[in-house]
Design a protein around this ligand. Sequence first.
Ligand SMILES: Nc1ncnc2c1ncn2[C@@H]1O[C@H](COP(=O)(O)OP(=O)(O)OP(=O)(O)O)[C@@H](O)[C@H]1O
Length: 312
Amino acid sequence: MTHVGTIRARGVHQRFGDVIALDGVDLDVAEGRVHGLVGPNGAGKTTLLGLLLGLSAPDRGSVELLGTVLRPGAGVPEGVAGFVDGPGLYPQLTARQNLTAVADLRRRERRGVDEALEQVGLGDVADDRVRGFSLGMRQRLGLAAALLLQPRVLVLDEPSNGLDPAGARHVQRVLAGLAAGGTSVVLSSHRMDDVAALCSDVTLLAGGRAVFSGPIGKLAAESGELDHRLVTSSPGTARRVAAATPGVRLLPDDDLVRGRESDALLVRGSVPALEDLVARLVRAGVGVREVAPVVSPLEAAFLALTETGEHS
Ligand SMILES: Nc1ncnc2c1ncn2[C@@H]1O[C@H](COP(=O)(O)OP(=O)(O)OP(=O)(O)O)[C@@H](O)[C@H]1O
């Protein structure tokens, strides 16, 4: 399948007074991909999403959506939908009335309203006023409003905010379905696990710069050395064996990581070095009860890259 580029940003700079929110960011999203923007607070995620929705224009650089280069004040091309900083909803209206208002405003058939509500799992509360909705329900209603527009580009700021597991599953299913139909989705999140569940590709922003952009799998491979918790039948011997294993470093005891297992050791090394350590422990007659990464490989890559990005 050939992927047509539907989002293409080049050298985007955005400054607010003394704050450089975006410092030369490129972004490419192909048709049918779900692309995550991740990064610490203030990294520039919302600013970039706002540019994609035409809410402001970059100081420098260009943004192209569905083959159209955005011009200041000209709005976004038909087929682009989404929201930043929470969806704009009328609290005094019901969920169905809100969507009907969107359908009328954007000259869409009202027929799609019920289907959109069902798709995001809000069919049962269609006639409840939005005033009483939780954050997660509002997020899902915002997504339903975007679905009504049958977007080819969907831009969502923190769509998983406030979602319970059932809500998260609904959103995941909806986004995967849209992508399978060729829609390009860009979303932001603080959480790497969230992005890993939703996205095929990721751009890591730190201090207004893209420190990584590409398929999720490639990011995991960049994690290099990882910290692991090691629980064995004989911590004293395990400590000596770990100290003698090339490429493995014993880290100072950390009660937060050790948890309830006060005998757990904390070791750092590449995957092959840790495999060597396990083989040596087994040869030494030490029972290995647990070797588990302290943070996931994706989270580790995120932390390593965003820390580097902030200090560069
Ligand atoms: N309208 C604005 N006026 C002044 N500064 C702004 C404005 N919008 C964003 N900023 C600043 O630009 C930087 C990037 O902000 P942005 O909201 O894009 O980050 P973010 O990655 O979305 O952060 P968060 O995860 O906290 O939502 C921050 O330092 C922020 O304070």
